[in-house]
Structures are given as structure tokens and as C-alpha cells.
Design a protein around this ligand. Sequence first.
Ligand code: FE
Length: 197
Amino acid sequence: MVPGLTRLRGFVTEVAALLRRTEDEPEILAEGGRLLAGLVAQDDWLPEAYAEPDPERYRQYLLHCDSAQAFSLVSFVWGPGQATPIHDHTVWGLVGVLRGAELSQGFVRTDHGLQAKGGPQRLEAGQVEAVSPRIGDIHRVANAYDDRVSISIHLYGANIGAVQRATYDAQGRPKLFVSGYANAFTPNIWDASSKSA
Ligand code: FE
């Protein structure tokens, strides 16, 4: 197995055990956040194929999805200066920065459309933030750097690339989208032969 994938396998195994143990979202976000912080604490495991930026727009690579589609793990690769539109998630999510840094601006729904919630939050490598419809689900995320790549690892409570959700324009008008993924193949984390790392 590719060195480093044992770390990814360990994370996936622990998340699956957590979701078998509880359906309580605050507990999932707290314990899942702790697990994700452990995963992004070291930047030595993400295979290069899932760290490739695209010159046009940020990329979203699926690293793992369980067979019940109860959770998915994704690497987000931000080219210099790249950003998402304002968007929601509809499910719980945890974002951990692996490399570089990112800026996240939260929004709340009001009678007059969307309103910024405080200022942008800067997440450095190793830091984790949570989103969900319960605690705030709408944000815009950007690479904090305009001269280098940043990468964040996202854990979601669904097969996020297949979830219908929405982007929002400046007036807060929603437009439905399904993100999909940039990759056709996922990392093989299950090779347990003697050659495996
Ligand atoms: Fe997001």
C-alpha cells in the first residue's frame, strides 16, 4: 500500500465506528472534529493524485465514501486565489486544513436575503471548523493565499458529491447544484499484504 494510506484507513475506520456508536450531531462534530484534527496534524499521507490543483477552479477529490453513503471524505485543492461561490451543505460537515490556509465567511438568512455573519475566519493548517444546518450552513471559502496552493480535508455526513444543495448569488437567490467529484478512482486503503505500509 502507498505509504501514508494507513493513516487514511485508520481515520475512516474510526469515523465509521463513531457513526455506529451515535447519531447525536453535537457528539459527531466534537468527536469527528477531534479525529479530523488528528488527520490534518501531519501532512505526509495525501497521495499526489488527490492534491493536484486545476488552473481554472478549485478541485474536490473523493477519498472515501462508505457503502451506506453515511459519510464521505474529500480533499479540496485550492489554486492560488481560488474561492467557492456562497453555498450551503444541507448535512453536517467538518473542514480541516492540511496545507496552507483558507478564509471562511459565514452567512445567515434574513428577510432581506443573506447577511454576513461576522468577518471572515482564517483557518490555518491543523485547524478544524464545523458546518451544519443546525449551527450555520452557508459560507464562502477561499484560499487565503494568492501565490500558492492550499488543501483542506472535509468530512461530511452524506455522499456530498451526490447531494443536491445550493449556491447563492449576492441577493441570496439559491441555485441548485450537485457538485460531483474531480476523480474517477479512490485511494486503495484496504491492501493488508506484507508489502503494505
Ligand atoms: Fe463548504
